[in-house]
Design a protein around this ligand. Structure first.
Ligand SMILES: NC(=O)c1ccc[n+]([C@@H]2O[C@H](COP(=O)([O-])OP(=O)(O)OC[C@H]3O[C@@H](n4cnc5c(N)ncnc54)[C@H](O)[C@@H]3O)[C@@H](O)[C@H]2O)c1
Length: 302
């Protein structure tokens, strides 16, 4: 059992359960909100518009509904978890939060800006967690007055079903903040692995190459997308093919990750396949836009 004080920190304003603010109500933010609410945390899910935030809450509800169908939780847990999620616009709601999880798009400047703004609003001992999948934590925190409270807390998609969280302390992250981030992930029922702060950490570095190589094979006409997906699934026992996975992750996010790895290592193995870039320019982002390597006529993110 996790000691709540290890999660909540020393802020006397912290309620019985620390209030969690999730910034960005997209694929990951909605899943993280659902998972935190399920663990009993009151959650505020914010985005740049009210509509995006509300849609994120709906998707959190859908993810919880899916967990009921799979027998992971009962309907009562679903309902009470959804009742713990409220929504808002912008970062003002950080005032009452003791754990802040940023799940905004994979863009360094945007994340720096979000945390810079949060630093002006959030309680001084609130934990800053970034769900970045590839950007170095030290670099995200570069302009903060107190970069010691920023930790990489990398959840996986779909959050309710994936048991792993990768924890990445930045170069100057304080050990107590890493401990709180670990306690938070553990309280959410996740298994934690820790990575050094290097582009792509452990998981994304491996995954990006796998997806990119599949895109190159499709680009070169080696095989069809279906045959490549089938080869990875039946040949390697992967639960999803690389194109199914890229569509789930989002092609914009997959491309941004490859660019971060290229920028960080300057190794040609991270050179993004032009097909990915073209598809992103055409707004074919995968499930979230209704079209990626495959079509999703119903659209949506579930
Ligand atoms: N998609 C995945 O499978 C996956 C897995 C693990 C980690 N991640 C990481 O999680 C983060 C979010 O990815 P995603 O797939 O959820 O992206 P997404 O595009 O689905 O959602 C991002 C959301 O952030 C919102 N946003 C943009 N600027 C904002 C701001 N200033 N304040 C508040 N909200 C803002 C957008 O409107 C959007 O709703 C990225 O860093 C990504 O690398 C993604």
């Amino acid at each position: 059992m996790t000691d709540p004080s290890a999660v909540e920190g020393s802020d006397p304003r912290a309620s019985v359960r620390a209030r969690v603010l999730v910034v960005g109500a997209g694929i990951m933010g909605s899943g993280i909100a659902a998972q935190a609410a399920l663990a009993g945390f009151p959650v505020t899910l914010v985005d740049v518009t009210d509509e995006f935030a509300r849609r994120g809450r709906e998707n959190a509800g859908r993810a919880l509904g899916h967990a009921v169908k799979k027998g992971m939780i009962d309907a009562e847990a679903q309902e009470s978890a959804l009742g713990r999620i409220d929504t808002g616009i912008g970062l003002r709601r950080a005032e009452g939060a003791s754990i802040i999880v940023e799940a905004a798009p994979e863009k360094l400047e945007l994340k720096r800006q979000v945390f810079g703004d949060l630093e002006e609003i959030a309680p001084p001992d609130a934990l800053f967690a970034s769900n970045t999948s590839s950007l170095p934590i030290t670099s995200i925190g570069e302009r903060l007055k107190d970069p010691g409270r920023l930790v990489g807390v990398h959840f996986f998609n779909p959050v309710l079903q994936m048991p792993l969280v990768e924890i990445i302390p930045g170069h100057t992250t304080r050990p107590d903040m890493t401990e709180r981030a670990t306690a938070f992930a553990t309280a959410l029922g996740k298994t934690v692995v820790t990575s050094r702060d290097t582009p792509g950490f452990v998981t994304t570095r491996a995954l990006a190459v796998l997806v990119n190589e599949a895109a190159w094979m499709l680009y070169e006409g080696v095989a069809t997308r279906e045959d490549i997906d089938t080869a990875y699934k039946l040949g390697f026992h992967h639960p999803m093919g690389p194109f199914e996975l890229a569509d789930l992750v989002g092609l914009d996010t997959s491309l941004a990750i490859l660019d971060v790895l290229w920028e960080g290592f300057h190794d040609p193995k991270y050179r993004a396949c032009p097909l990915l870039r073209t598809m992103v320019s055409a707004h074919q982002l995968g499930r979230k836009s209704g079209q990626g390597f495959y079509s999703y006529p119903a659209g949506g993110r579930s």
